[in-house]
Write a protein of this length. Structure first.
Length: 299
């Protein structure tokens, strides 16, 4: 009944650490840094403790420590050495590894402590760009390769959402200072991948704009209601998996026809599915962005 992964193949370790399976085998044989379990057919399997050790070894190795030297450290000393060498240069990779371990162990305390440590050195905006974005990109690949379960992805996503909500709420106590446009943020019907859109909402408010956040799975017809209340609207949507490639052009055309009825109304789009949009006859009021940074720079 428990589908959460706590035993890993050597391929899983490669995916999680970035160290090639061939190199892991050499490190095991030559330096005895890991002691895998073995199946009856002699296939290597690893527990969470082995994964944690490998992630710490990876950070030390990336920081310039030779594996021959790392292998001589007492096992219990490695985590403290990792903490001692953390610097501005390595804090990003350490934090990503720590967040991965928090995810694998469903360890909320580790997530919070790692985040608080980052916040003492970086702004929330820097944390999102430097750590959360690459982390979520890696997690997407780990999920696709079946290295982690959906439970892991949902756990870490929810904790990041909490931080986004807290930091967004802090900004909302200040009145908007720019009134040349209002941003309406929404996800298409059946689209539930909300993190990117939530961050854009934070970024727009941070830059002094008023936003209306509608969230996930919004029918196109519902957008008409907002037209009654505000002028100079910019609708923003993040297309990760919906609409699918057969429907995305219709989605854009329907919004252009039914929602972008004023000259000052625009539609800004971002996300993987925008690659499927036919841009040859795109209305001038529709803009497609390749990244969150690119969209943020448009303000």
């Amino acid at each position: 009944m428990n589908n959460v992964k706590n035993v890993f193949s050597i391929k899983d370790l490669e995916n999680l650490s970035g160290i090639k399976a061939h190199t892991i085998r050499i490190w095991e044989k030559r330096y005895n840094v890991l002691e895998p379990m073995r199946t009856e057919t002699n296939i290597r399997l690893y527990d969470l403790k082995s994964l944690q050790k490998l992630l710490n070894i990876t950070l030390l190795h990336n920081h310039g420590y030779k594996i021959s030297k790392i292998s001589k450290f007492p096992v219990e000393q490695i985590p403290s050495i990792v903490r001692d060498i953390i610097s501005e240069k390595s804090v990003k990779s350490h934090a990503i590894n720590a967040f991965k371990m928090a995810m694998m162990n469903f360890d909320q305390t580790l997530f919070i402590n790692t985040y608080d440590n980052l916040l003492s050195q970086k702004s929330f905006k820097e944390i999102f760009y430097d750590v959360f974005m690459p982390l979520m990109s890696e997690i997407g690949l780990l999920w696709q390769s079946d290295t982690i379960s959906p439970a892991h992805e949902h756990f870490i996503s929810y904790l990041i959402k909490q931080k986004l909500l807290i930091n967004t709420e802090k900004l909302q106590f200040t009145e908007p200072i720019k009134n040349d446009r209002v941003f309406i943020l929404f996800l298409p019907l059946n689209e539930i991948h909300e993190l990117g859109l939530m961050y854009l909402n934070y970024e727009f408010i941070l830059n002094g704009y008023k936003t209306i956040y509608l969230g996930e799975s919004v029918p196109t017809d519902s957008l008409k209601d907002v037209l009654k209340y505000f002028d100079n609207l910019t609708f923003v949507s993040y297309l990760t998996v919906q609409p699918d490639k057969n429907e995305v052009d219709k989605f854009v055309k329907d919004i252009t026809k039914d929602i972008l009825i004023e000259d000052t109304t625009e539609l800004w789009l971002i996300g993987r599915m925008t690659l499927e949009i036919n841009t040859s006859d795109l209305d001038v009021k529709v803009k497609i962005f390749n990244s969150i940074q690119e969209m943020a720079s448009e303000m």
